[in-house]
Ligand binder design. Structure first.
Ligand code: PMT
Length: 368
């Protein structure tokens, strides 16, 4: 964050909301020990300056390096993007336009600015592009990702199995793991279809999102969509059973009856059905276990004829259901790998890396 940015939002707010350290000073001894500004520039896959003021663009265009951000820009060897934000007259000023064209000649990419009402009350070009539009553009990189041209179908979240119009049986899945995988697959260049049970998460950048409620809905959606997909990842926590006869009216508490019994019917196993298709995609299942993780995971890998299974310990204090972090033991017919406890976004990147490797090993002619 530049000094000007800190006039609007404090670094502490940014740190709390993002869950990541915020760098502000060029020479901050504490930060420098962890990551120098040169290291920070090397670490980034992409540098995006949003919002970029007229002053910032001028500094960049003329190689002035007098704070952390301008120094990072000079040290960066990755792709640099700017999302300008300024008053419309400042944007149209010839010197600003000259600076923009200098930056473009130096390989900097421009996002926006958008047209519309401005903070100063004027209307015109100069509004920063919407953050979602900036993210979408960043994801459409020129570099083909390792899953470019590959279609990936992912299930995420819980299912809800109705008992009556107002009650259901469900589980603690938040959808975070599946949504992180969907975002990682999109970043890798895949065309992603996400079939999601009821969750409370923002829509990730996917080609298609199909919301469903019950296991039978999810089964139908997967069977309709699966043809033409190259990889299937079953991350949803699908209910194994559903109430056999959901009541059309709210079930009443009957006086004098201490117990009540619900008869359950078995749901179809979606991932096993996908893996039994004649033209099956590379099929990855998950296993959520409270004990004997490897034993049960290997059993599911074998019995459901999967290409890979990602097993997580659930019901413990950290990881698994509804946590921001997780760890996985990944098994495939000829090997295994442990992915240690980390944030679900990072873990999704690591798992997707493994899936990509094994998928291309199995389909060498389709390698990107
Ligand atoms: O959503 P989060 O809060 O981020 O939590 C992530 C998670 C713990 C839900 C996730 O990492 C996970 O483990 N998902 C699978 C949960 C599960 O249902 O595991 P299971 O061992 O019961 O099922 C094994 C596999 O069969 C899974 O791929 C499951 O999607 C699939 N299955 C199960 C039943 C069924 N009827 N059809 C299926 O396809």
């Amino acid at each position: 964050m530049t000094q000007s940015a800190q006039q609007f939002v404090t670094p502490l707010t940014f740190q709390a909301l993002s869950g990541h350290p915020v760098h502000c000073q060029l020479l901050d001894h504490e930060q420098e020990q962890a990551m120098s500004h040169i290291h920070l520039a090397r670490w980034a896959d992409c540098l995006i300056i949003a919002p970029a003021t007229a002053n910032r663009l001028a500094k960049m265009a003329h190689g002035i390096a007098d704070d952390l951000l301008s120094t990072l820009y000079l040290a960066a060897e990755c792709q640099v993007w700017v999302a300008p934000a300024m008053n419309q007259a400042m944007w149209h000023k010839p010197v600003t336009q000259h600076n923009i064209s200098l930056l473009q000649q130096h390989g900097v990419k421009l996002i926006g600015p958008a047209r519309g009402e401005q903070a100063c009350g004027e209307t015109g070009f100069g509004r920063m592009s919407e953050p979602t539009d900036i993210c979408r553009l960043l994801l459409q990189t020129d570099q083909p990702g390792p899953l470019q041209g590959v279609r990936v179908l992912i299930t995420a979240g819980p299912t809800r199995e109705p008992l009556d119009p107002v009650r259901f049986i469900s589980n603690r899945s938040s959808g975070k793991m599946g949504y992180a995988l969907a975002a990682a697959a999109t970043r890798a260049g895949a065309e992603v279809t996400l079939i999601s049970g009821p969750v409370n998460l923002p829509t990730p950048p996917v080609h298609k999102l199909l919301p469903v409620e019950t296991a039978l809905n999810m089964y139908d959606a997967v069977m309709t969509e699966v043809a033409g997909h190259d990889i299937y990842i079953g991350c949803a926590a699908v209910a194994d059973y559903r109430p056999a006869q959901p009541e059309a009216r709210k079930i009443k508490k009957s006086a004098g009856k201490a117990d009540s019994t619900i008869t359950l019917a078995k749901n179809p196993d979606i991932v096993a059905t996908v893996a039994s298709l004649p033209d099956k995609p590379f099929t990855v299942g998950f296993a959520a276990e409270t004990h004997d993780l490897e034993h049960y995971a290997q059993g599911k890998l074998r019995d459901k004829h999967l290409d890979m299974i990602a097993a997580n310990q659930v019901g413990s204090s950290e990881g698994g259901f509804d946590s921001d972090r997780n760890a996985l033991q990944v098994f495939w017919p000829t090997g295994s790998q442990t992915l240690t406890m980390t944030g679900k976004s990072e873990l999704a990147e690591q798992l997707l890396h493994l899936i990509t490797e094994k998928y291309h090993e199995k389909n060498p002619t389709e390698a990107a």
